[in-house]
Design a protein. Structure first.
Length: 208
């Protein structure tokens, strides 16, 4: 059975200048394990608190990463996807895991059991404005103001960080509507503060 690390960048790096045989293979697997052991690389677990803006870590892990309750963090997932969330402590969370809901997992293109990395993100600015649009298949038959029923209660006084191109689900009026963040100012990510202007005008998004 071939070593799963053979041919990978890690394997080449470690085996360079090493002798052949079991010693080299041992070094390769150790390097891969060390990479997995980086303290900010954590296994995705299901959230207890179903909030689209929150990640939960164990208190010990938060202390190790020097993060504090309410900090904004950058999370990196698969396919070069990343997003921004607020970090909270959860006594019931294992040290090696991070709890996140389905919306966050979807934005990171990860599933339960996958590994993500978490980074401090202290320079996220308050947004001047954001533009969000609903997905067409989630608003069929809806009447009334999307802003008043869904967006205003969702963002009100919550100081939610948002990432351009992320999607999020909002429940309101017995329905759930999915939105996409199509623009943020400043660009890429920002925190939606009480004076951030939220635009939701435009054609609903059709799913590909």
């Amino acid at each position: 059975m071939s070593d799963p690390a053979e041919g990978s960048g890690v394997a080449e790096e470690v085996s360079r200048g090493e002798g052949s045989g079991s010693g080299a293979k041992k070094d390769i697997s150790t390097a891969i394990m060390d990479k997995k052991k980086a303290p900010n690389r954590l296994i995705v677990d299901e959230a207890v608190n179903d909030d689209n803006s929150v990640l939960s870590l164990s208190p010990a892990k938060m202390e190790e990463l020097q993060m504090f309750r309410g900090d904004t963090v950058l999370v990196k997932g698969k396919k070069r996807k990343d997003t921004v969330c607020i970090v909270l402590a959860d006594e019931g969370c294992e040290d090696a895991k991070v709890r996140m809901n389905r919306v966050v997992r979807n934005n990171l293109r990860v599933r339960l059991g996958d590994v993500v990395s978490i980074h401090q993100c202290p320079d996220v600015k308050y947004g001047k404005r954001i533009h969000v649009l609903p997905f067409e298949d989630t608003i069929q038959g809806l009447t009334g103001s999307l802003f008043d029923t869904f967006l205003k209660p969702y963002f009100l006084e919550a100081y939610r960080p948002v990432r351009k191109n992320d999607t999020f689900l909002v429940r309101g009026g017995m329905r759930a509507v999915e939105f996409k963040v199509v623009e943020t100012d400043p660009d890429d990510f920002c925190i939606v503060a009480p004076d951030t202007i939220i635009h939701c005008e435009g054609e609903p998004i059709k799913r590909r």
